[in-house]
Design a protein around this ligand. Structure first.
Ligand code: MOS
Length: 677
C-alpha cells in the first residue's frame, strides 16, 4: 500500500456539501423549534433601566437583565449575557426575543422599547491618547516588551534610517456561515448544534456558565463554514440560545444576522505601528524598533501580539519591540486569521521596503543579508528555516530578475505597473489532544473531537490514519465535530493538523503494535515538553499590480506565494489554504476596513455591501508553491501549520507593489484609490 499523505485526495465530505446533504448548525431539523433574535444596544455606553415589550407583538419571551436566569460568571465576561444593566459597547446584547418564527422575533425586537441612560463614550484609537498603557503580556502569553543592545544609539549612529508609522484598520471576520446555535434541553442535559472551531471547549464553557458537569453539554459541530478565529471560543449566541431554550422549554434557534457579526464575534484590532530601522550602507541592519498600539474593550483586556513577529524575522544587534493598549467603549477585538502576525508584518515588511529604497538595494537582497542564524532574540536554533530559499525560488518563479527598482517607470496605456515582495512567517504549534481508533470488521473508525472549518481537516486526518494503520483510505472512517468524542484542541493557531494528526498517529500506531480492537492516545505529555521558540513556517509573497493613472483603481494582476511549511499533507487542500490566506491578505491591502463613526461608536459599514471582501472579480492570477521541506523535530507527520501564513506577507507585497507602480507610499491601510490620487 502506498502512502496517501502527500497526495491530493479530494475532500471526503465534498459531495455531501455540494448536494446540500451536509448539515451546518442551523440546519438540523427540530420539532417545536422557536427562533431567537438578539436586541443590541443602540448606545456605546450607559445603563439599561427597563425593557418594555409591545403586547401586540407575538413574542413568546423577552429576556433582559431584569428577568433573565442568573448565570455563573464566565472566564470570558462577554458570555455574562443579560446579567447586568451596564452597557459597554454599541451592539452589546441587551435583550433576547423569542417567537414562533424568525420574522415574528425580529418584528417583536424592532418594537421593543428600551429605557436607557446613555453616558459619554470614547471610541477612537489614537497614538496620543492619555489612556494608553503597556499590558503585562500580549497574546497568548508573550512579554509585552523586549529589548537588547542600545536601539537609540544605534539609530543615531546609523548611516541610513527609516522612521515610519503605519496603521491598519479594524477588520471583520466574515465567514460564509454566520455564527449559529440550536439549543435543546432534556432535563439537565443540553444539546447545542453550534458553529465553532472547538466543540469540546464550547461544551466546557457553556457547562460552566449553567453550573453543569461538562458531560451534560453535548456540542455537535459536524460542518463549519469558516471561522478565522471568530469561532474559537463560545460566543454569546451559544449562551443566549441555551438560556432561552431553558426559559421557554422548547428548542431555540439563534443565527446571527451578518450585521450583528460586526460587533459580536470579535474583529481584528486596528493598529498604529511605529517602525524604526537603522542600517549600514551595505544593508546590514544595525537597529530594529517596532512599537505597536492596539485597542481593547471595557469588558476584557485583549492584547494582540502585533510586534512579536518582529522578534523572529531578521538579525540586528540592537532591537526593541513593545505594545501599548487602549481600552475603549467598543466591542472586544479577538482573533482573526494570523492575529498579530498579519498586521505586524504588513507594517514591518512595508517599512523594510522603504529601507531598501533608501539604500538602493534590491528588497530581496536586503532580506537575504539580514537572515539570522538562529532566533534573533534568545538564540534558539530554528528546527528548519528556508526563508531565503523561498525568496530566491519565489523570485525565479515570479520573474523578479531584471526588475527596475525605481518606482513609476512602467506604464501600459492608462495603467501604472509595479511589483513587490514581502516575507511571511507563522509559528508552528501543537496542542494536547486525544484520539481513539477502533477496529470494526475489516475497517477502522477514528474518533477525535476536532472541527473541520472547510479546510479539509477531516480528509487529512483520514490520510494520516490510513498511513499509520497501513491500510487504504477507504477502510478508514474519521468521526469529528462532536464534543462527546475524545477531547481535541481548538482549530486555531494553524495547529489543527499537527495537534490532531499527532494523536491520530499515536492511536493508530498503538493499535497496530498491540493488535487489539481499540487504542486511545493522548499527546498531553509529549506536547507539554515542546518548546515554542525556533518553530515557524516561512514564506515569500510576490505581487504585481496595475494602478489606473486616471482613477487610482488598483488591480492585483498577479499574486504568488512560495512557502517552506514542512511536509505538505495534502497538496489540494493545502493550496486552498494558502490561496485563501493570500486573498484575505488582498482584502487587507486594498478593500477591508471598518469605518468608525466616533459619535455613534460603531462601524458604519457593518454588512458585506459596505465592507468589501475580495470577490472572484478581484482575483486575477493567483498561485502558491512550496519547497519540499522535511522537519522531523515538530511532530510525527513533519508538518507545519499552513492556515494562516498566507495572510501574513501578502498585504505588504501588494502595498509595496503599489508604491513601485505609482511612487506613492500609502501607510494607512487599506490602499484606497483616493490615497493614490
Ligand atoms: Mo485562528 S485566528 O488561530 O483561528
Amino acid at each position: 500500500m502506498t502512502a496517501t499523505v502527500g497526495t491530493p485526495l479530494a475532500r471526503l465530505e465534498g459531495p455531501a456539501k455540494v448536494t446540500g446533504a451536509a448539515r451546518y448548525a442551523a440546519e438540523y431539523p427540530q420539532d417545536d423549534v422557536v427562533h431567537g433574535w438578539i436586541v443590541q444596544s443602540p448606545v456605546p455606553r450607559g445603563r439599561l433601566n427597563a425593557v418594555l415589550a409591545d403586547p401586540t407583538a407575538d413574542a413568546i419571551a423577552v429576556l433582559w437583565h431584569g428577568n433573565a436566569p442568573r448565570l455563573e460568571p464566565a472566564d470570558d465576561p462577554e458570555l455574562d449575557v443579560l446579567q447586568s444593566d451596564r452597557i459597554s459597547y454599541r451592539g452589546q446584547p441587551v435583550a433576547l426575543v423569542v417567537a414562533e418564527t424568525l420574522e415574528a422575533a425580529r418584528r417583536a425586537a424592532q418594537v421593543l422599547q428600551l429605557d436607557i441612560t446613555a453616558e459619554e463614550h470614547d471610541a477612537v484609537l489614537r497614538a496620543d491618547h492619555p489612556g494608553l498603557y503597556t499590558p503585562e503580556q500580549v497574546n497568548p502569553a508573550f512579554p509585552s516588551e523586549t529589548a537588547s543592545g542600545d536601539v537609540d544609539a544605534a539609530l543615531a549612529a546609523a548611516p541610513v534610517t527609516v522612521d515610519v508609522t503605519y496603521s491598519t484598520p479594524a477588520l471583520h471576520n466574515s465567514p460564509m456561515e454566520p455564527h449559529a446555535t440550536i439549543a435543546r434541553w432534556a432535563g439537565d442535559d443540553l444539546t447545542l448544534y453550534d458553529s465553532n472551531q472547538h466543540p469540546s471547549g464550547i461544551a466546557a464553557t457553556v457547562a460552566g456558565v449553567f453550573g453543569l458537569e461538562p458531560e451534560r453539554v453535548h456540542v455537535v459541530t459536524e460542518h463549519v463554514g469558516g471561522g478565522f478565529g471568530s469561532k474559537g471560543s463560545a460566543r454569546p449566541n451559544a449562551v443566549l440560545a441555551a438560556m432561552a431554550a431553558r426559559v421557554v422549554g422548547r428548542p431555540v434557534k439563534l443565527v446571527l444576522p451578518r450585521q450583528a457579526m460586526f460587533s459580536l464575534v470579535g474583529y481584528r484590532t486596528p493598529t498604529i505601528q511605529q517602525i524604526r530601522l537603522g542600517a549600514d550602507p551595505d544593508g546590514t541592519l544595525t537597529a530594529i524598533d517596532h512599537a505597536a498600539i492596539g485597542q481593547s474593550s471595557r469588558i476584557l483586556e485583549y492584547a494582540e501580539q502585533t510586534a512579536v513577529v518582529t522578534r523572529h524575522m531578521y538579525a540586528a544587534p540592537n532591537r526593541r519591540t513593545g505594545h501599548r493598549l487602549l481600552r475603549l467603549d467598543m466591542p472586544t477585538p479577538r482573533w482573526m486569521r494570523a492575529p498579530g502576525e498579519a498586521p505586524g508584518m504588513a507594517a514591518f515588511e512595508c517599512a523594510l521596503d522603504e529601507l531598501a529604497e533608501k539604500l538602493g538595494i534590491d528588497p530581496i537582497e536586503l532580506r537575504v543579508r539580514n537572515e539570522p542564524a538562529a532566533e534573533p532574540e534568545g538564540g534558539t536554533p530554528f528546527t528548519s528555516r528556508h526563508y531565503v530559499e523561498c525568496l530566491r525560488t519565489g523570485a525565479e518563479r515570479f520573474g523578479w530578475a531584471g526588475r527596475d527598482p525605481r518606482p513609476r517607470q512602467r506604464r501600459e496605456g492608462d495603467w501604472w505597473i509595479g511589483t513587490g515582495v514581502a516575507g511571511a512567517i507563522y509559528p508552528t504549534m501543537a496542542q494536547p489532544s486525544t484520539a481513539r481508533v477502533r477496529a470494526v470488521g475489516d475497517d477502522f473508525e477514528v474518533a477525535i473531537g476536532a472541527a473541520d472549518l472547510g479546510t479539509g481537516a477531516r480528509t487529512i486526518l483520514t490520510q494520516i490514519a490510513a498511513d499509520a494503520l497501513g491500510v487504504p483510505v477507504d477502510r478508514v472512517r474519521v468521526r469529528i465535530g462532536d464534543s462527546t468524542l475524545p477531547k481535541a484542541s481548538v482549530a486555531g493557531g494553524s495547529s489543527g493538523s499537527a495537534s490532531w494528526g499527532w494523536a491520530v498517529t499515536g492511536a493508530c500506531r498503538q493499535l497496530r503494535e498491540t493488535g487489539g480492537d481499540e487504542a486511545v492516545f493522548d499527546t498531553t505529555e509529549l506536547i507539554e515538553k515542546q518548546e515554542t521558540e525556533g518553530r515557524h513556517a516561512f514564506g515569500a509573497h510576490f505581487a504585481e499590480v496595475r494602478v489606473d493613472a486616471v482613477t487610482g483603481e488598483v488591480r492585483v494582476s498577479r499574486l504568488f506565494g512560495m512557502y517552506a511549511a514542512g511536509r505538505i499533507l495534502n497538496p489540494r487542500t493545502a493550496r486552498s489554504q494558502f490561496l485563501g490566506g493570500m486573498i484575505m491578505g488582498m482584502g487587507m491591502a486594498l478593500h477591508e476596513e471598518g469605518v468608525l463613526d466616533p459619535a455613534m461608536g460603531e462601524w458604519m459599514n457593518h454588512d458585506l455591501a459596505g465592507y468589501h471582501i475580495p470577490a472572484h472579480a478581484d482575483v486575477e492570477s493567483i498561485d502558491a508553491a512550496w519547497l519540499d521541506e522535511r522537519d522531523d523535530q515538530l511532530n510525527p507527520m513533519g508538518s507545519k501549520g499552513i492556515g494562516e501564513i498566507g495572510i501574513v506577507g501578502s498585504p505588504a507585497a501588494i502595498v509595496n507593489a503599489v508604491w513601485h507602480a505609482t511612487g506613492v507610499r500609502v501607510r494607512d491601510l487599506p490602499v484606497r484609490l483616493d490615497k493614490l490620487l
